[in-house]
Design a protein around this ligand. Structure first.
Ligand code: NAD
Length: 457
């Protein structure tokens, strides 16, 4: 089949290589000329495990092509996927300007390029969009063309850092559509991936057909539920610290209840990333518009705002920071390990690390950072205000303290004795609970983590 993917960012690029892997011919489109030039040479502008290998493989066989012009693919496409960004507007709602610009351009291109007897083009909203967007996209396209099409909602559930696996072996496909024809096209497109997922995963490849509104809401409800779980365990972790309990015990205790399950109940320094913060705001806005304040979601957002300061609060307490001192950390060197919002990605949008670094700089600290993939993105933000290091050990050279913000597995395997030997003081603030407090105490560290008592040498 012929697939057109508009927007070649995290979601679009993964869909491009994923559909090529499923045996389809794909044209990837983006308005960013330099991104398209890079992609044509097989270079991925983002880091995602396995992505660049698949990109090279399918460029070589001509299954994937790139262009800045959707017109280059609209005549022959069976389906056109909209994968452009939906950032947060000032009022919290999802900004649909890129999605609707895409729809408008698509309508014009269809008018010029598609013949009257062509089968209806299946236009797929893969961007995360509020309820009712499929109708808006349809109306926008209809205002530009009388060629046949149908708009389908197909939200994306990939996890950054695991995106290729998630796309190629999907646990579920959610399709919001009005006709059997559209469902049939989507089944043909995803067929090889669904088959592979069914063979590989116990509950993989489940197909959920529904109306477009329900599909649109499913994506937001999914992210909101995950965020709620994180905020809940973070608050329980804070309570553990206050009462002398250990969240590691509490989380396995509650995770063993099959109604709760062991997933997504790891405490941390608050969630960030490109999706949860904006998607939660967009869902709250939808609630307000419908007279429903979504109280649990409000609490989730509030709890996360508080949690994103947990590491800074621990630093304040440790150094006895006083409000009247303008630069209380002047002369202190702090190493920050991990900038990405989670491991195996270079995405630093809305991360805890960015906020924390900004705060520590204001307090006068010198900052050295390390990340396995996100340094180029961090340089664009901090330039020479902070120092960058190629290795975690080098980042901690002469540091007064190290803060772990991202759960890169390599950090958990770090040689703690060597790390202590290069630092001025063996002090760690571990936002990801990578180590056991009793081990850290035995090794002579001062160790602050989340939801467990601090230990001192
Ligand atoms: P992104 O910013 O990485 O990519 C968007 C791309 O669209 C950019 O490359 C941009 O240049 C391009 N673009 C914008 N307007 C265009 C146009 N008119 N024509 C062609 N290209 C255009 O964004 P992303 O992270 O891939 O997210 C895209 C959507 O998918 C968002 O709605 C997001 O919420 C959703 N989503 C993201 C993830 C994720 O993990 N990143 C997961 C699920 C859903």
């Amino acid at each position: 089949m012929q697939v057109l993917v508009i927007g070649s960012g995290y979601v679009g690029l993964v869909a491009i290589v994923g559909f090529a892997e499923a045996g389809h011919r794909v044209l990837g489109v983006d308005v960013d000329v330099s991104k398209i030039e890079q992609l044509k040479k097989g270079k991925s502008p983002i880091y995602e495990p396995g992505l660049e290998d698949l990109l090279s493989k399918h460029l070589a066989s001509d299954a994937i092509r790139f262009s800045t012009e959707m017109r280059d693919g609209i005549a022959t496409a069976d389906a056109a996927f909209i994968c452009v960004g939906t950032p947060q507007s000032e009022d919290g709602s999802a900004d649909l300007q890129y999605v609707l610009a895409c729809a408008s351009e698509m309508g014009s291109a269809m008018s010029e390029q598609r013949t009257e007897d062509a089968l209806p083009l299946i236009v797929v909203d893969k961007s995360t969009v509020p309820v009712g967007t499929a109708s808006k996209v349809a109306a926008t396209i209809r205002s530009r063309t009388d060629r046949a099409f149908e708009v389908v909602s197909n939200p994306e559930f990939l996890r950054e850092g695991n995106a290729i696996e998630d796309f190629i072996y999907p646990d579920r496909i959610v399709i919001g559509c009005d006709t059997d024809f559209a469902d049939g096209v989507m089944q043909a497109l995803y067929g090889p991936l669904v088959k592979a997922a069914k063979e590989k995963l116990p509950n993989g490849g489940r197909w959920f057909r529904m109306d477009p509104q329900s599909a649109e809401l499913t994506k937001y409800a999914n992210n909101a539920m995950l965020a709620l779980k994180i905020s809940f365990i973070n608050e329980i972790a804070n309570l553990c610290e206050a009462v002398g309990a250990d969240v590691d015990f509490v989380k396995v205790g509650i995770g063993a209840d099959h109604r709760i399950g062991p997933f997504f109940i790891n405490p941390g320094p608050g969630f960030g990333g490109s999706c949860f913060p904006k998607d939660l705001q967009a869902l709250l806005k939808t609630g307000r518009e419908n007279g429903l304040p979504l109280l649990s979601l409000n609490a989730t957002v509030e709890a996360n705002r508080n949690q994103k300061q947990v590491l800074a609060r621990k630093v304040h307490l440790h150094y006895n920071v006083q409000p009247y001192d303008p630069f209380p950390l002047s002369g202190k060197c702090i190493a920050v390990l991990g900038l990405a919002f989670k491991a195996h990605t270079d995405d630093i949008r809305e991360t805890v690390a960015l906020e924390l670094i900004g705060h520590l700089l204001q307090m006068g600290a010198d900052i050295v950072v390390h990340d396995f993939e996100a340094i180029p993105n961090a340089r664009k933000i901090f330039n020479d205000k902070i120092n960058y290091s190629d290795s975690p050990i080098d980042a901690c050279q002469n540091a007064d303290a190290v803060i772990i913000c991202t759960e890169w597995p390599q950090y958990a395997k770090i040689d703690l004795d060597r790390l202590a030997s290069v630092m001025r003081s063996a002090t760690m603030f571990d936002g990801r609970n990578l180590f056991r407090p009793e081990d850290m105490r035995a090794k002579g560290w001062t160790y602050h983590s989340i939801g467990r008592v601090s230990v001192y040498p």
